[in-house]
Design a protein around this ligand. Structure first.
Ligand code: ADP
Length: 252
């Protein structure tokens, strides 16, 4: 009964490409891996699983994928855009998830939070000329392992179960519209919306690099999606691929 129904996703879709081909699995290692394996599938193919045995986050981290609790999905995209702007698609995905969930915000670059807790992670990867956008949403999860005390779910926030298929379709419907805008005009027209949703701006942050940590105030997001941080040594421009950002004393 926790399993995703492909038919119910399709019922709510208003897209022309995103999710028009769906590959639903009861279990897989990670939906991003499945998308990579089947990257000859059509543009907009949705890979979605009831559970993942090896869910992944950025920088080699793992994603807790409780069976039936979460939404585990990856979109295979074949955009005709320069490779250097493709990483910005991850920011576009963040806006789409935020809008689909309603009262959510973004922790730069693309964690989706509700009330300072993480409800969704996004992992965008390039594979050949494809972009694979993995989205994990804690939908009906009731409890998280102790180490994820900063995680929340839609169920915990709303006090009732959510219809996962409707959420999947809402994300795809909005994501497709935003992507078309992005493919046509770049990230510029979406930047203001991203900044409005970005919870870090104006706050103290710790920027954690592979082997050092810098603290400062996040002042802005640049046109290419970098986080600008004012430190005692001047302003730095942080690209998303290489760092994690945390609040000074807590998660945000
Ligand atoms: P960040 O850059 O914020 O560390 P990542 O994009 O790397 O985030 O996501 C992986 C991290 O998310 C993990 O290291 C873990 O701390 C956290 N995490 C793993 N599973 C979940 C989950 N189901 N809900 C919320 N957070 C999770």
């Amino acid at each position: 009964m926790f399993n995703i129904s492909q038919r119910k996703i399709e019922k709510h879709l208003t897209t022309s490409v995103f999710g028009r081909n769906i590959r639903h699995m009861k279990v897989c290692t990670s939906t991003n891996e499945e998308a990579k394996l089947h990257c000859d599938s059509p543009d907009g193919t949705l890979f979605i699983a009831d559970t993942q045995t090896c869910g992944r986050g950025r920088l080699g981290r793992s994603w807790e994928s409780e069976k039936g609790g979460g939404i585990y999905m990856s979109l295979l995209l074949k955009p005709d855009i320069p490779a250097e702007v493709a990483p910005q698609l991850t920011l576009v995905a963040g806006i789409a998830v935020c809008k689909a969930l309603g009262n959510a915000k973004i922790k730069w670059p693309n964690d989706i939070i509700i009330g300072n807790k993480k409800v969704c992670g996004i992992l965008t990867e390039m594979s050949h000329k494809n972009v694979i956008c993995g989205i994990g949403i804690n939908a009906n999860t009731k409890k998280f392992p102790a180490e994820l005390d900063f995680a929340t779910s839609l169920y915990l926030e709303r006090g009732r179960k959510v219809r996962k298929e409707k959420i999947v379709a809402d994300v795809l419907n909005i994501f497709e519209i935003l992507c078309n805008e992005f493919y046509e005009n770049g990230f510029d027209p979406l930047l203001d919306e991203y900044k409005t949703l970005c919870e870090n701006i104006g706050k103290d942050v710790r920027v954690i690099f592979e082997n050092k940590e810098v603290t400062g105030v996040a002042t802005d997001v640049s046109a290419n999606g970098n986080l600008l941080v004012k430190t005692t040594d001047g302003e730095i421009s942080v690209a998303s691929g290489e760092v994690s950002v945390r609040g000074l004393y807590k998660y945000i």
